[in-house]
Ligand binder design. Structure first.
Ligand code: GAL
Length: 431
């Protein structure tokens, strides 16, 4: 047979198969939508970056719960490795652009969702879903606002991570007679004592640059306070404001206390330095607790302690992982079933104790959480909230990428003037 004939045969076959498996319809604007049925038993590919150490346990528990409740709907765990979505976000973008959305995907509430996928017209609204499931009063209004645009709701929060946490090795602190620092002055005093003793004061693993951006945003919050920090994203506070420059100076000073091999480590490797006592402190979101407890088998308040990062007591850097319904998926009803399990008390309490985060729901079972979780649930109720930049809530993806690039340069060159100029110019696109 001729090769050309075989190719045509293959193409015809592919067209028939895709015509049979396509369950999407096209709306008046010519866009693919997920309305109108679909294949109620089609597999759901759940897209996230939760793979490996400290990341995947919560997701696996949630999937197991779903499978128990819906054995008729197969699940594919389509996670792509890399902290903070380093690789997953690019894979997702190409799938979305190619009209091949995952059944549902991890997306941060705030700009990443609203200015990203919602603004691009890629998401279904979930107003009816929230109403039907009785969810409107089950999440804090601040969180509902983070997953809403122009009065419509677009995703369901599975958790709330706190970004501004300083983790410390209890034994190292006790042996060296130092206490957990609450201010930058105290931080530098403690760091000097430890450095003198040959212990790395602060662990960093910025092989993926977002970890340095994460550290930087906690310094911004600590120096500016939640109110002025929030004004950075509306343009009311400029990146060359004296306070922001002060934050850059403070950040630079902190960098003089980190491990030499920071650029070859990821966040887990940096957390490990604190776990084994080579370093004393680490500033990381509370997914680090999932890693310390589930993977390294350490105990909260025995092996490691936690405190708000310097200057941020009573403030809460919010990072909420959410899942929505993309337009054009094969099994929209199945996705809604998954979102329903994810939104339930049972789902949230299966996921969050393992993930290190607190439940997004207000009525979860607090007894399922360890001391860290219980403290953080309480703290969230009264804290001033701030949206994370490093994790995509405060500003659109394009700006976050520029910040990561500039932070990466700053960590090496430590030139405050140049850093300030670059961020000021990048921020001119924000408003
Ligand atoms: C964040 C995400 C967390 C955690 C972390 C490290 O962006 O919200 O759930 O996975 O990245 O990968």
């Amino acid at each position: 047979m001729k090769k050309g004939f075989l190719v045509s045969l293959f193409l015809v076959f592919t067209l028939i198969v895709s015509a049979c498996s396509s369950n999407t319809s096209t709306n008046e604007g010519g866009e693919k939508t997920s309305e109108g049925g679909g294949d109620k038993t089609a597999a759901l590919d759940i897209f996230s970056w939760w793979t490996g150490a400290g990341e995947e346990d919560g997701l696996k528990a949630l999937i197991a719960l779903f499978e128990e409740k819906h054995p008729e709907i197969p699940i594919e765990n389509a996670a792509v490795a890399g902290g903070a979505g380093t690789n997953a976000k690019a894979v997702l973008a190409s799938r979305m652009q190619g009209d091949d959305p995952p059944a549902t995907f991890q997306v941060h509430g705030g700009a990443e969702l609203n200015e990203g996928w919602v603004a691009a017209g890629k998401m279904e609204t979930l107003n009816d879903f929230y109403e039907a499931e009785g969810l409107l009063d089950k999440f804090p209004q601040d969180l509902i606002d983070m997953v809403s645009k122009d009065g419509n709701i677009y995703s369901v929060p599975v958790n709330i991570h706190r970004g501004n946490v300083l983790w410390y090795n209890k034994k190292v602190f006790e042996e060296n007679g130092v206490e957990a620092p609450t201010t930058f002055d105290e931080f530098f005093e403690v760091a000097d004592v430890l450095k003198e003793k040959g212990i790395t004061p602060l662990a960093l693993g910025d092989k993926e640059p977002w970890t340095a951006s994460h550290l930087y945003e906690t310094v911004l919050l600590g120096v500016l306070g939640a109110e002025d920090y929030g004004k950075l994203w509306t343009g009311e506070v400029a990146f060359d404001d004296p306070k922001v420059v002060e934050a850059a100076e403070t950040f630079k000073k902190m960098l003089s206390y980190i491990n030499d091999d920071h650029s070859s480590r990821n966040w887990q490797d940096a957390t490990q330095l604190v776990a084994n006592g080579e370093a004393a402190m680490n500033i990381m979101g509370d997914w680090a607790k999932g890693y310390l407890v589930n993977d390294l088998k350490l105990k909260v308040n025995e092996d490691f302690g936690y405190i708000a990062t310097p200057g941020t007591d009573g403030q809460f850097m919010v990072i909420t992982d959410t899942f929505g319904l993309p337009k054009g998926v094969d099994n929209p009803e199945g996705v809604k079933q998954f979102l329903s399990v994810l939104a339930s008390v049972e789902g949230q309490d299966a996921f969050n104790p393992l993930k290190g985060s607190i439940p997004a729901r207000v009525d979860s079972d607090v007894s399922k959480y360890d001391q860290y979780g219980q403290d953080t649930i309480e703290e969230f109720k009264s804290a001033e909230l701030a949206a994370s930049l490093a994790h995509g809530s405060a500003a659109p993806e394009g700006f976050v990428t520029k910040v990561n690039q500039n932070i990466n340069i700053f960590v090496t060159q430590q030139d405050v003037d140049q850093f300030t100029e670059s961020l000021t110019s990048a921020a001119s696109e924000l408003n």
